[in-house]
Ligand binder design. Sequence first.
Ligand code: UDP
Length: 459
Amino acid sequence: DDTKPLKVLFLSADTGGGHRASSESLASQFLLQHPNTVYTLYDIWTDDGCYPYNCLVPSYKFMSSRPRIWRFLYHLSNSAPYCAFMNLHSQVTSKRRIRKRIAEYDPDVIVSVHPTMTNVPQKCVIDIKKETGKDIPIFTVVTDLGSGHATWFTRRMEKIFVASSRMSKLARVRGWVSRSKLVECGLPIRKQFGEKKAAMGKRGSEPGKEYQRFMRQGLKIKNTEDPVILVMGGGEGVGSLGEIVEDTVAEMQRTGTNGTVAVVCGRNEQLRSQLSSRDWDASPAKLTPSTSRRTRKRDMIKRVFKRRRLDTASSPVPPTPPPSHVDVIPMAFVSNMDEWMAAASVLVTKAGPGTIAEAAAMGLPVLLTSFLPGQEAGNVDVVLEGGFGDYVSDPVGIARTVVEWVNDENMMTTMAKNAESVGAPDAAKSIVEVVLERALEARKLNGGKSAADFGKKKV
Ligand code: UDP
């Protein structure tokens, strides 16, 4: 029955902001390509998992701000024996409830955008097919860019969509996934990013600058002429954002650079209120003491070995700078990230895959300040090898680098061009085309079969 809406079930959780952002981008593509679609987002662990799986969201929040604990747990869990144990344990303890919930929703297709939501749901789909005969195609969309946890690569999914050839290789090596199951198409981002970039044209060109002025006016940025430095730390607002802002403002004042520092604090309310209550004119920013020699040495090694050469003539900062004016705009979680990225001259962020993919699609140079060990390490390489940014973790070094960039037009133009060549603004569209075709085909073959009949016969 073609008049019945197509039911799409997304599997995701609010561990960071990236998974939700990716499912939103896919959902809006479904609505564009097949307007008669209804969808829902299901966090299998929070809603139906047993302990410790039902603590996934708070645990992520706790661990993502403690890199040492994260590193230990990530590497421990990223091994075949651990994955096998976890898959078995989660199946035994939670599969029944998850299967019941999926059957109740009775989807036409399932799209998982979370690494921990591939194995159990795929088993549930097999059970439902055995009993009711209903075929529910299930896909994985990997929302990581440069590295990914082994749990992403459950082989029996219909297809696994990955962002790059680097991820394809990882899927084959870590998950023994066959080439025929892998589709390389970029990381799905919300369609507004591509639209804004198309309207903006080439970054640094006259029409591009005019569009930026227009965006800045719309965002109530007072100084629409000078650089806007966008600082963020993923959906949770993690990283030493307070120090980075302080040092950047101090460095701008020291070098006579006018401009705006816009800080997206995400769900980090403490940081937002701390930055809002600060009177930047009454108490000028000071450079904080630099971090250890070890940190600086580590940064340097990464930059020397990984960074693509940028052939640009660097213009020196004027020796005696005139006094500058810097505005600081602290914000909570914003829903118009596309507008902020269009208005920004440069992005300072932790190495979140979604944020990097969005910046690349917008041709926005990126300065990475931190990464989650294991999970986000490969994202740093994507930026360095792509030649559209750098990695510096020391707040004073971050401030110096970013101020040097905004004063060097050649460098900015080269990085913007490199970013555009890495960006994939149409990834969501390509993914949905494939998923939709298979979902409609399955619906036709299923006829009147319903997963909601599950449980009437014993499996
Ligand atoms: N984001 C947003 N508003 C905010 C902060 C973040 O829309 O105030 C979005 C951002 O655009 C990106 C996602 O949240 O799409 C963050 O995803 P990423 O993969 O970079 O990091 P995560 O938070 O998942 O670790």
